[in-house]
Write a new protein. Structure first.
Length: 172
């Protein structure tokens, strides 16, 4: 299923002055929708940590390099902590038998969703990034769903922020 990135999907997106004037922010949107963190906070995080320039896309090399670092150290965005797992090349390929020979081919978006129906992932394809959350694609409003696009990389995102315990005291 394809969902567009609307007010309901990204916290703070509708009221963000940054979002209104920014282009090529698909990675910012993907990170915001996958982490459920306010758009402006994620925008600043991606600008600082991924060296994204306002109005320009986030280079894939910066995404890959930083996500590998966060796989080791964890990722903090605002007050939230996330575990990141970079999916391996093997996890992003399908094997086919063609004329008796077994070959590996990159997964398509459709086969990626079939392989990973549960969990939250930031997925990159040529020149674009989006979120897959429990089998649903969260993508830009004007990006049409193209199930045959090849997945270049994918990162599993899991919120590991300690939950605050609230203790109630009653006096009788």
């Amino acid at each position: 299923m394809l969902n567009n990135l609307t007010v309901k999907v990204i916290k703070g997106y509708a009221s963000s002055k940054l979002a209104k004037g920014d282009n090529n922010d698909c990675f910012v949107r993907a990170m915001a929708s996958s982490t459920d963190v306010n758009y402006n906070i994620v925008h600043k995080f991606v600008e600082d940590k991924f060296k994204r320039v306002y109005g320009k896309g986030t280079p894939n090399i910066m995404i890959t390099t930083n996500m590998m670092k966060y796989e080791e150290d964890g990722m903090m965005i605002g007050d939230c902590k996330f575990d990141v797992r970079c999916l391996s090349k093997k996890e992003l390929t399908n094997q086919y038998k063609v004329r008796g020979e077994v070959i590996d081919r990159k997964k398509t978006v459709k086969s990626f969703i079939s392989s990973y129906p549960k969990g939250t992932f930031v997925v990159t394809v040529a020149g674009h990034a989006f979120t897959v959350k429990n089998g649903d694609i969260i993508d830009n409003f004007d990006e049409e769903f193209r199930p045959t696009r090849k997945v270049l990389s994918a990162y599993k995102i899991e919120d590991v922020t300690p939950k605050k315990n609230i203790q109630l005291e009653f006096e009788f």
